[in-house]
Every structure is written in structure tokens, then in C-alpha cells.
Design a protein around this ligand. Structure first.
Ligand code: ADP
Ligand code: MG
Length: 655
């Protein structure tokens, strides 16, 4: 409650203060800056969705600002549309164009995505320039601000409109980001593969996020048009984009406060530059702060030396320059560059990221308490142990060029069984389960789940069919808490349609999801670490968390790819207990495992692969005495890795 009051209270106070300004200040210049702040706030919140949450360098936001501005302006001037409908038009057009750009661009990664968005920006400014019959080109488009429901808006009135819209965007975005949508955005940044394998749909979420961020750019554009009432294509070029990125990074990514602080900074900076004395004071303060904060961090040894030296040097140059240079306007770009450099190195979390850390230390607000865990029977219903054929592989092949990783494998997995898959390193075990789970498409062969063909080559579709998996190389969402990792994967839980999510009407569902995820964490013994970030857990706990996350899918078949790899002895013992517990609920499993005694203890049937082919299959006790198996696998294993004693096993490791 205290936390809720502090956070919501701070938001409320900030907006009330901003709204009260026109009552006290009548200076039109100051009001103009505040209006611009609200507009840029909306724009940067939209940009932060891609840059902050998806972690992609998006260079198209300036284009959407321009498209939104011209759309709203032309709707008013050519068609006589009213103020709110033309803002809605700008929003919707950018939503559509954002999706159209995202569909191909988000198939690309990193630098290629940045270049695709950059081309879109170049294309947009060219079209705005050259389509003179519509936009009047470089001459510029004059427009009038239409009335709002018959009320002619004066400067304070328009400012309040912008502020109300910013508040609505802020609330909607906060609700969206604290729902399963925001979690999915963060998850796919940490591991797109796992996001797909948990049935969330990486690509779909990325496209939606980008389109939504672009639409906010369009809305900001509409307001921009009605604010200046004069539009020129060269306002929406690359230079603006650099300033917008500066705003997001400087303010702090992944933060609504950060976006608005960034907006305030980029609104104020150009004015700061035009007043020499003010700029001198500003840069000296900047230098003192960099020196003070740097020295303190240095004494606490919390940073590396260059993180102190570089920002101090950059701010020093700025301070020196402010006294040497007579016209700071000419040095605009260099000044922005120095500031950006100082912030990126010295304050990588941005101003608000740094402030949030300091505030958290000051107030020490406890995290919101978790609801009691749901009954496990509801989260992971008991499945009947029928023994019928659940999964069938028929002559499955997967070749990589000349490497026949899997070369004609036929396996039948029975419902309720733990089916072991063993074989020396490189024998094709991981490839086989990667093909089943859809990470790779098969080269040939059939995969049937309950007699029906399983989707091929799509993690997302296979996850939808009821198969969940863990990964030999951990694929956790490192920046998310253990609880959030599980919550991302919960199946059949999030039913509230997105418009209601935006309105904040998904809170109850969210609590239910927390309770369900907690039950699964308790099942693997991580109940008391629910709020730790996944990357901060011990290695063993990370392995167990992956199992809990996969179980959130209520899987019909659970594939565990070497869950014991790298585990210390006590963790390996714990793992066996967890697998037994899960099996006790009737979950069918494919278990890839190296240690023969673990396999003997857990598995009903075991298939042995060598060189992509099956060399033995059947009861583990019999298979492990098979001379071919001893030769191909166990001999090699006994030499390199001694079997783990699980404490409960009585089966001797075969030699
Ligand atoms: P295991 O899990 O049994 O140790 P893998 O299935 O990982 O074995 O590998 C089987 C063979 O396939 C190895 O020779 C490996 O180098 C090859 N392989 C696996 N994945 C790929 C890939 N993506 N591209 C090329 N070769 C691969
Ligand atoms: Mg493997």
C-alpha cells in the first residue's frame, strides 16, 4: 500500500503541478515549452517501447511524428475534420503504417532493423517534400487549429488538452507494461527462442509493440501540427531523430518518468544553448556533478575507472567550451554529442534509472506482497496415466549439410512414461528434441502427437499443441524475476482483451497469475526466491526455474534436455526429486540424461542414439547391459564423467 501510494502519489502530484502552471505563469514562451514537453512526452513514451523494451534501435519515430502531423493537418484543412477525429486519424494511420513497416523490418535483427527504419525515415521526408500538390513541399503547410467541441482553444486550453492526452497515454502504457504484454516484451528481448517455445509468439508481440509505439508518434504528430500550425518536411529529418534518441537515453530507458524527463531535457536544451550565461552555469554544474558522483563511485569501487574519467572529461570539455565559444548554437551537435557520451558511459541507466535507484534506497519500500499460492491441482491438473501412444516419430531425419545429426529415428513415447534419450556427445539427442519442439524443421519423416501431425519448424505452434521444453543451454529471461519467468509462460490465464488491459482492468487476473506461478515455483523448491531476478539465481536454481516455467504450459509432453548438466551433487539429487514429483502428476516426459543410474531410476523406457541412429531401446536395466551400448556410450562416459550417486538409486552404473 505504501508503495502504491508513493508511486501513484508522485504521478498525481507531478501532473497536478504541471496542470497548475498556466494558472500562475502567463508567459507564453514558458507555456509553449510546457506544451512541447507534453507532446514530446507522448512521442518518447512511444519510442521507448521499441528502444527500451524491445531493445531495438528504432530510427523511424521522427517519420511517424511527421506523418501524424501532416495527416492531422490535411484532415483539418482539406476535409474539415474536427480536432479529436483528426488526432484519431493520425493515430490510426501510423498504427497501420507502423505495422506495415514492422512486418518486414522486425524479421531483421540489430543493425539491419535500424537501417530499415532509417530508410523509412528518408522515404517519408522525401515524400513529404515532393508530393507538393498535397503537402506544399518545402514551402510548408499552413493550418488552423480546429475548435474542440465548439470551444476555441487558447494557449492554456491547448496545453491542458496535451497534458490530458499525455496522462491518458501514461496510464494506458503503465497498465499495458505491467500486464502479460509488458512481460512478453521484456522476455523476448532476453530470449526470443524461449519466448516462442513458451507459446507467446515473439514476432507477433514485436510487431504489435512497434505499431503501438508508432501510433503514439502519430498522435504526438497531430498535436505538434495543432501546436505550431505550420509544417515543414525538414522538421522531421534525421537530426530530430538523434535528439529523440538522446532524450530516451538521457531520461532513462524502460521508464515512463524517464521518457518525460527526457522530453523536458530536449525541449529545454535548445533554449539553454541560446543563452550563453545560462549555458556556462549549466555546464559548470554538470562538471561538478560528474566529478562528485564519479569520486564517490570511485571510492566505493562500484565502477571501472573509465566510467569516471570519460564523463568528467566530456563535461570538462563542455564547461571549457562554454567560456571559449561565443556562439554555442553553432556547436549544437557537438554539445549534444558530448552530453550523450557522458550519459551513456557514466549513467547507462539514464537520469531516472539513477534516480530510481537512489529513491529506492531512500524509501526502502517493500515489494508488493504476493498472494498465497494456488492449489497445484488447478495449476497443473493431474493427468491420467493411460499408457497409450502420445508421441510418435517415424523415420525422422535432420541433416545439416553433410552432417546427418538425426538419421532415420523412430520412437514411440507412451502417455505417463518418462522416456529416456541417451547417447554420447554429438549423437543427435538435442537435434532430435529441437526438431520435435519446432526449433528446426525435419529434413524428412513424420512427427505425430496423439495420432495427429505436429506442426513442423515452429516453436510457437508446437508449444500451442501442448509440448513444453527446457534447453541444454539455459534460455531464461534473465532480467525478469523468477515469478515473472513463470508468469510469461502461463497457459489459458490471460483472457482480458487488450482495451480493458489498457484501462487497468486486468489486476485481478494478474494476481491469479501470480498465485498460480508461485505454486509452480514451490513445486521446484523456489517459492522463497520468487522475486529474485533469474540471472541472480544459482545455477541449479536456474535449471529448476526452467522446469517450473515449462510446467506453466500445462504440457502434455515435457522435454528436458540434459537438466542435470553442470549440476553439483546436492542439486542433482534435488533434480531427481523434482522430476519424480512432476511425474507423480502424470506428466509425460522425454529426458535426455548422461548418468545411467539416474536414467535407471527414473525412466520407463530408454532409447540410445549413436551417430543419429538408434542402437538400442527398451527397459533401462536391459539396455545398459547391451554390448553395443556399453561400447558406444557407457565406456566413453565412464572414462570422462563418473556417474552421479542420487542417494536413492540401487542400480550400479554399468561398466
Ligand atoms: P547431442 O545433443 O546428442 O550431444 P546434437 O544433437 O547437439 O548432439 O548434435 C548432433 C550433431 O549435429 C553434431 O555433430 C552437431 O555438430 C550437429 N549439429 C547440431 N546442431 C547443428 C546446427 N545447427 N548446424 C550444424 N550442425 C549441427
Ligand atoms: Mg545435446
Amino acid at each position: 500500500m505504501k508503495r502504491f501510494l508513493l508511486i501513484r502519489g508522485a504521478e498525481l502530484v507531478a501532473f497536478l503541478l504541471l496542470a497548475a502552471v498556466p494558472l500562475a505563469v502567463t508567459n507564453p514562451f514558458a507555456l509553449g515549452l510546457l506544451t512541447l514537453l507534453a507532446i514530446y512526452g507522448i512521442l518518447l513514451i512511444g519510442l521507448d517501447v521499441t528502444v527500451g523494451y524491445l531493445g531495438q534501435v528504432n530510427l523511424a519515430q521522427a517519420a511517424f511524428l511527421g506523418i501524424g502531423a501532416y495527416t492531422a493537418g490535411l484532415l483539418v484543412m482539406k476535409l474539415g475534420v474536427g480536432l479529436l477525429p483528426s488526432l484519431a486519424g493520425a493515430f490510426l494511420l501510423c498504427l497501420v503504417l507502423g505495422s506495415l513497416l514492422a512486418l518486414p523490418a522486425l524479421r531483421l535483427e540489430g543493425p539491419q532493423f535500424a537501417l530499415a527504419t532509417l530508410s523509412f525515415l528518408a522515404l517519408t521526408t522525401t515524400v513529404l517534400n515532393e508530393w507538393e500538390s498535397l503537402t506544399k513541399g518545402a514551402e510548408g503547410l499552413q493550418l488552423n487549429r480546429p475548435p474542440l467541441f465548439d470551444i476555441t482553444l487558447n494557449a492554456p486550453g491547448f496545453y491542458w488538452l496535451c497534458l490530458v492526452l499525455l496522462a491518458l497515454v501514461w496510464m494506458g502504457m503503465r497498465n499495458l507494461l505491467s500486464s502479460q504484454w509488458g512481460r512478453a516484451f521484456e522476455a523476448l528481448r532476453d530470449s526470443p527462442i524461449a519466448t516462442d517455445a513458451m507459446g507467446v509468439g515473439t514476432y507477433r508481440h514485436k510487431v504489435i509493440a512497434f505499431a503501438f509505439g508508432s501510433a503514439l508518434g502519430g498522435l504526438a504528430g497531430g498535436l505538434y501540427a495543432f501546436n505550431f500550425q505550420y509544417l515543414q518536411p525538414q522538421s522531421f529529418v534525421y537530426e530530430l531523430m538523434v535528439i529523440l534518441l538522446l532524450g530516451v537515453v538521457l531520461g532513462g530507458r524502460k521508464s515512463l518518468w524517464g521518457a518525460c524527463v527526457g522530453a523536458a531535457l530536449i525541449v529545454l536544451l535548445p533554449n539553454l544553448l541560446s543563452n550563453r550565461n545560462l549555458f556556462q552555469i549549466f555546464s559548470v554544474i554538470g562538471l561538478v556533478v560528474a566529478l562528485g558522483a564519479g569520486t564517490r563511485a570511485w571510492l566505493k569501487k562500484s565502477v571501472r575507472p573509465f566510467q569516471v574519467i570519460a564523463p568528467v572529461a566530456a563535461m570538462g570539455l563542455l564547461a571549457l567550451g562554454s567560456f571559449l565559444v561565443s556562439n554555442t548554437e553553432d556547436w549544437r551537435k557537438a554539445i549534444f554529442a558530448l552530453m550523450l557520451f557522458a550519459v551513456v558511459v557514466g549513467l547507462p541507466e539514464g537520469l531516472m534509472g539513477w534516480a530510481a535507484g537512489a529513491l529506492a534506497r531512500l524509501f526502502r519500500v517493500a515489494a508488493a506482497p504476493l498472494p498465497p499460492a494456488t492449489d497445484l491441482d488447478l495449476v497443473l491438473p493431474m493427468q491420467a496415466l493411460s499408457g497409450h501412444t502420445l508421441l510418435e516419430l517415424r523415420d525422422l531425419k535432420r541433416h545439416f549439410g553433410g552432417v546427418k545429426a538425426v538419421d532415420g529415428v523412430s520412437i514411440t513415447v507412451r502417455s505417463g512414461h518418462i522416456h529416456g534419450l541417451i547417447g554420447p556427445n554429438g549423437s543427435g539427442k538435442s537435434t532430435a528434441v529441437n526438431v520435435i519442439s519446432g526449433l528446426y524443421a525435419p529434413t524428412a519423416g513424420d512427427i505425430l502427437l496423439d495420432g495427429k501431425a505436429l506442426p513442423r519448424g515452429s516453436l510457437f505452434s508446437v508449444a500451442g499443441a501442448g509440448i513444453a521444453r527446457t534447453f541444454q543451454n539455459l534460455q531464461l529471461f534473465g532480467e525478469l524475476t523468477a515469478l515473472d519467468n513463470v508468469m510469461v509462460a502461463l497457459r489459458d490465464t490471460y483472457r482480458t482483451p487488450w482495451p480493458l488491459v489498457l484501462l487497468g482492468l486486468a489486476r485481478k487476473e494478474e494476481k491469479q497469475a501470480q498465485a498460480a506461478a508461485l505454486a509452480l515455483l514451490q513445486l521446484v523448491g523456489l517459492g522463497d526466491q520468487a522475486l529474485s531476478k533469474a540471472k541472480d539465481l544459482t545455477y541449479g536454481a536456474q535449471r529448476f526455474l526452467e522446469i517450473a516455467r515449462a510446467l506453466a504450459r500445462k504440457p502434455r509432453l515435457l522435454i528436458l534436455d540434459e537438466p542435470a548438466a553442470g549440476l553439483a551433487h546436492p542439486d542433482a539429487v534435488e533434480l531427481v526429486k523434482i522430476i519424480k514429483r512432476v511425474h507423480g502428476r502424470g506428466v509425460t516426459m522425454i529426458l535426455i540424461e548422461h548418468h545411467m543410474d539416474v536414467v535407471s531410476e527414473l525412466c520407463d523406457t530408454v532409447t540410445v542414439l549413436d551417430g543419429g541412429r538408434i542402437i538400442a531401446e527398451g527397459d533401462p536395466e536391459i539396455v545398459k547391459r547391451d554390448p553395443k551400448v556399453v561400447e558406444a556410450y557407457l565406456g566413453a562416459m565412464a572414462a570422462e564423467a563418473p556417474a552421479v550417486d542420487t542417494g536413492a538409486s540401487t542400480a550400479p552404473a554399468a561398466a
